[in-house]
Write a protein that binds this ligand. Structure first.
Ligand code: AMP
Ligand code: TRP
Length: 328
């Protein structure tokens, strides 16, 4: 039986954190056997915000090692810039996408507000590159966190438009968004999504997958909660709700069991239990990461064979799309 194809991507900027892990990467790993998986470290997306070239190179390899450390085994894993068809198809899709559709993207609005004096055209066009990533592999499913839903809707519209105007070519992809953990919030401010960029100047914002046990404990203890001191999954109390969601995703336990386990306990005790659980789950990842990053040639060979496999699929799709549009 032919497995359905999954594609997803992650940017090699900042520190990969618990939000990335619970919203995306953990699900890639947990469901790896169910699909034919293609995962990509999207360095060409990263340069839509200015990057230091040397840091970007290092972060790209580090993130690849981290994805393997998280448990990916049989997936095709590669670096986006190694397969040039991503940017090539991105251009074709740019030429069939109305500006108005891109103008509606909330991520563009958020990111351009952060640096209003230098909004790059690449940032505006970013969703077309993302559509190309997905459509190149004729992917059925795209496992992502909640924040990417709008981009996937655009990729769907683009696939439908292309198929209508140039003939059946692309599969219309569907997002796979977890019921729990699809939007992990910042520990310092539970009204804001946990994000790599906010982690840069706010030390208690995120838990990085490479944080040491001491740092994890400190950050959990400092996490913003409220004064009610009742450990319940109550969406109106965003701080404790977020911490409980992290606990639930990592333990795999039900909401009811978790609430009864902590029924007569206070926030202090819960925060320590949460830190212990995070430390326990991240320990093997950290250990495996340190081994992988220490053996660069092994890592490079995995990525090279990933890129070769990806390229084989991407070349075919790109050729098909280009010819249908009348390009020689
Ligand atoms: P990025 O860090 O933007 O490259 O995101 C990589 C993946 O992690 C995407 O699937 C995002 O939707 C997901 N993600 C990022 N931040 C969060 C978060 N705070 N909660 C859940 N998922 C997230
Ligand atoms: N835009 C995604 C993010 O910031 C990363 C990404 C790029 C992606 N291309 C993709 C995710 C294709 C899924 C599929 O998180």
């Amino acid at each position: 039986m032919q497995l359905k194809r999954v594609f997803s991507g992650i940017q090699p900027t900042g520190d990969i954190h618990l939000g990335n892990y619970l919203g995306a990467v953990k699900n890639w790993v947990d469901r790896e056997k169910e699909y034919d998986n293609v995962f990509c470290v999207v360095n060409s997306h990263a340069i839509t915000i200015p990057q230091d070239p040397k840091v970007l190179r290092e972060k790209t390899y580090e993130l690849c090692a981290m994805l393997l450390a998280c448990g990916l085994k049989d997936s095709t894993l590669f670096i986006q810039s190694e397969v040039q068809e991503h940017t090539s198809l991105g251009w074709l899709l740019t030429c069939i996408t109305p500006m108005g559709d891109l103008n509606r993207m909330t991520q563009f609005k958020d990111k351009s507000q952060k640096n209003p004096k230098n909004i790059l055209a690449g940032l505006f066009n970013y969703p077309n590159l993302m559509s190309a990533d997905i459509l190149l592999y004729k992917s059925h499913y795209v496992p992502v966190g909640e924040d990417q839903k709008q981009h996937i809707e655009l990729a769907r519209d683009t696939a439908i438009r292309f198929n209508r105007d140039f003939g059946e070519t692309f599969i219309v992809p569907e997002p796979l968004i977890q019921k729990e953990g699809a939007r992990i919030m910042g520990l310092d401010d539970p009204t804001k999504k946990m994000s790599k960029s906010s982690g840069v100047d706010k030390p208690n914002h995120l838990i990085a997958l490479l944080d040491t046990p001491e740092v994890i404990l400190k950050k959990c203890k400092k996490a913003t909660t409220d004064s009610e001191n009742k450990i319940l999954f109550d969406k109106d109390r965003a701080g404790i709700y977020n911490l409980l969601t992290i606990y639930q995703c990592l333990s795999g336990d039900s909401k009811e069991n978790i609430e009864s386990e902590f029924a007569n306990k206070g926030y202090g005790e819960f925060k320590v239990a949460l830190a212990d659980l995070i430390i326990e789950k991240l320990k093997p990842i950290r250990e495996s990461y340190l081994k992988l990053i220490d053996d660069k040639s092994h890592l490079e060979s995995i990525l090279k064979s990933g890129a070769n496999k990806a390229r084989e699929i991407a070349e075919k799709t790109y050729k098909e799309a280009k010819e249908k549009m009348g390009l020689i």
